[in-house]
Structure formats: C-alpha cells, structure tokens
Design a protein around this ligand. Structure first.
Ligand code: ADP
Ligand code: MG
Length: 261
C-alpha cells in the first residue's frame, strides 16, 4: 500500500467522520488481502465496522445519560422463579414497540420480585436501540422538581424528565407525597401523556394510590392519564432477595451445626 495513498485515505476518513477507518486502515487492508476480498466485501467490512463502532459509542453514551442503577438484562432474569409472570409478555415489551406507541408500563408487586430489574432491562434495551432514557426514583424526582419549583426553574429542570423517550420512575409508593409533590407529578405525567413512554414500578396497588398522593382526585387524574395506554404487569411471587435466606431456614441444621448442650 502506498504511504501517500494511505495518508490521503486517512485524511479523507477523518474529514468524513470515519475514525475507525482512519485508525485501522492498515489492519483493514491486510484483512482484505488475507481473505482475498472483492471490492463489495471490502466496502461491507469497512462500513459495517464503522457503523458498529458508532452504534457502540451511542449506546454507551445513552447508558451514561440514562443514569440506570445497573445494567441487568431480560436474559439475566430467571423466569422460573416467577412462574406466574408471562415471559412472552416481557419479551414482547423488550421489542420496545410500546415506545413507538408512546405507551406506558406499570410493574407492580411486593419488594424483591424483580420490578426494578425488569424496568432497568427495558431501559438498557431502549438505550441500545438509541432511545433517550432517564431513570429516577419517585423520591429523587419530587425532590428535584420541588427544589426547581422553589427556585422558579421548574420548566428548565423538568426538561430531562420530559425529553426522554422512556422515563422510568422507580419506587412509587414507598413514601406518601404531600399535595405539592403530587401536583408536580401530575404536571409531569400530563405533559408526557401520549407524547412519550413512562415505566412506573410500585409496591402498591392502584387502589392505594389515593394514599400515596394524599388526594384521591389527584391520584385519579394521574392514573387516568397514565393508564390510558398502559400494560400493567403484576408480579405476585416470592422475593429474590429472600430466596437464599428462606432456603437456608428450611434446611434442617446438620450435626456440625447442632448447638452444644
Ligand atoms: P424490586 O424492585 O421488585 O424490589 P429488584 O428488581 O430490585 O426487586 O430485585 C432485587 C434483586 O434481585 C436484584 O438484584 C435483581 O436483579 C434480583 N432479581 C429479582 N428477581 C430476579 C429473577 N427472577 N431473576 C434474577 N434476578 C432477580
Ligand atoms: Mg425496586
């Protein structure tokens, strides 16, 4: 390969925003030589790898912006532990059609049943597909919005919560909200209604939302908008966090562990 031509290709690749080609020209050409590639196959190799590198960078960037607490996937979820959960339904949601339709998801159930895990896994899939995702607990959300409201910067601070194609609001119901906080949540849900998707996880049934949001009328108004286009997944199973502990408790102690008389 002529050094002059290589330099020209590298410069052009940089100008065109193809850093992988610019950085790996020699390696790419050597691989093409070794495999005796035709012109089309070589172009396929170059464009395919460049696109892969771009996708990967965008995915990592979306993950960073999403502020997910971890990056667990649907494949890491043991569905045999929750036999009442419809695995096909979850796999269906993981195709992200619900985001295309600006529709919502509610994941309900007691602690440790995998609500956050599933919500996060849908968030990871959405990041991979290039969607803008944002994860927050309800507590963090209202703390931020309340401070912004007090500082007269509500619209500004609301932006990340409005901009995302998928907003995940975790842990609704762990702590009741006062009327001001409940109003801020209503404001947010109303503005996202039919524009973008929201996933909510909660340990409380919808009938208890009047207590969470202090005010039945406000809770009904939030639910009215949230549930209009929504898949409700209820996980009524055991806690994964307690599974090993419960298994240990069920085992009779062996002789070595017998308390000494
Ligand atoms: P929840 O939000 O319902 O309280 P989490 O999603 O936080 O529960 O789950 C608690 C822990 O147990 C997490 O580490 C999660 O990855 C794990 N976990 C829960 N259910 C399952 C499951 N069915 N398969 C694999 N891991 C699970
Ligand atoms: Mg949780």
């Amino acid at each position: 390969m002529s050094e002059l031509t290589a330099t020209r290709v590298r410069d052009a690749a940089t100008k065109l925003g193809l850093p992988h080609l610019a950085d790996n020209l020699t390696d790419l050409v050597t691989r093409a030589d070794t495999k005796q590639m035709g012109y089309l196959d070589f172009l396929d190799l170059v464009t395919g790898e460049e696109a892969g590198v771009k996708d990967d960078r965008r995915f990592r960037n979306q993950l960073r912006l999403a502020r997910l607490p971890h990056q667990k996937t649907v494949d890491e979820f043991d569905f045999t532990f929750q036999p009442d959960l419809d695995v096909r339904k979850i796999r269906d949601l993981a195709t992200l059609e619900f985001i295309e339709h600006q529709s919502n998801i509610a994941l309900l159930g007691p602690p440790g049943t995998g609500k956050t895990h599933l919500a996060v896994s849908l968030g990871v899939a959405a990041c991979q597909a290039g969607y803008c995702v944002y994860f927050t607990s309800l507590d963090h959300l209202v703390t931020k919005l309340r401070a912004a409201d007090a500082a007269g910067r509500l619209d500004n601070q609301m932006r990340p919560f409005l901009r995302s194609a998928l907003l995940i609001i975790d842990e609704v119901g762990y702590r009741p909200l006062d009327r001001v906080d409940a109003n801020l949540v209503f404001h947010l849900i109303s503005r996202r209604y039919e524009k973008s998707s929201t996933i909510i996880t909660s340990n409380k049934a919808f009938t208890e939302w009047g207590t969470i949001f202090t005010d039945e009328v406000l809770a009904t108004a939030i639910l009215d908008r949230f549930l209009h286009h929504c898949d409700v997944i209820t996980i009524n199973g055991p806690s994964w966090r307690l599974k090993d502990r419960l298994a240990n408790l069920e085992q009779p102690p062996n002789d070595d562990q017998q308390p000494q008389a």
